[in-house]
Design a protein around this ligand. Sequence first.
Ligand code: ATP
Ligand code: MG
Length: 269
Amino acid sequence: MTDKSKDLLRRKLKQEIAVRKGVEKKLIKSGQHYNCLLEQSRNMQEHLRHLSRQIIQAQEEERKEISRELHDEIAQTLSGINAHLATLKVEAAVNTKGLKKKITRTQRLVEKSVNIVHRFARDLRPTLLDDLGLIPALHAYMKGFTKHTRIPIRFKVFSGVERLNNAKRTVLYRVAQAALTNVAQHAQASLVKVEIQKKHRSVYMAIQDNGKSFDVERVLYAKKNKRLGLLGMRERVEMVGGRFEVKSVKEIGTTIGAQIPFNGTQESF
Ligand SMILES: Nc1ncnc2c1ncn2[C@@H]1O[C@H](COP(=O)(O)OP(=O)(O)OP(=O)(O)O)[C@@H](O)[C@H]1O
Ligand SMILES: [Mg+2]
């Protein structure tokens, strides 16, 4: 072998080594990337498991609450009615004095239980939403909210929102319900604005209060977050392909935003 061909071979070998080293580096890099993805997927799985445990727990809590209210409120009122009727029966046979008053009192108790049953039904699944649509259902909910909390609501909506499919209308209703519940429980606000408008190829709903603010990052991304309100809203909105946002600013208040895809035409499912 001549010196020239030896030199050529050496150079080729050097080149080969350089190429292999490059490949090796890339392999290490892709291995690291793979590990990173694996770690992310494990975290996500853990997050999902945590979330589903919370959902089951929340469901149980809700059942407990319904059972307690059924027992304490309806059963007690019905027992009261029964007791009133028993005395009425006895008194009706002897004297009729005061009978009218007692009947009126009993009627009030019946009315009270009817109202409680209505409230239950409305909170569980508002029939208005299925029968008449989102706007009447929201109007009814807000009327009850203001009556109960004395916080007025300014509500603006475009009628085309009813063309959204059932799942999306339910999401908007539930988000409004949970956001307003938060206003009543935490905000100490004196006014709420609810606005539903058409924006490009989507529907945008904003619920804005003028109450005290809170640290959104801390609440939403806390590792051991036991609260389900905001998380549940986000899950619902993302489930229908939408985007959820929370803004809370000192001395201004909190705004909950839900953007849901909508092309403007009647959606069927
Ligand atoms: N509109 C608001 N104004 C002020 N603070 C708020 C508002 N909305 C939420 N927060 C704060 O964020 C926290 C989390 O709200 P979230 O709805 O997730 O849970 P929660 O209301 O405490 O419990 P739940 O699971 O019953 O909804 C609340 O505890 C409260 O401190
Ligand atoms: Mg809440």
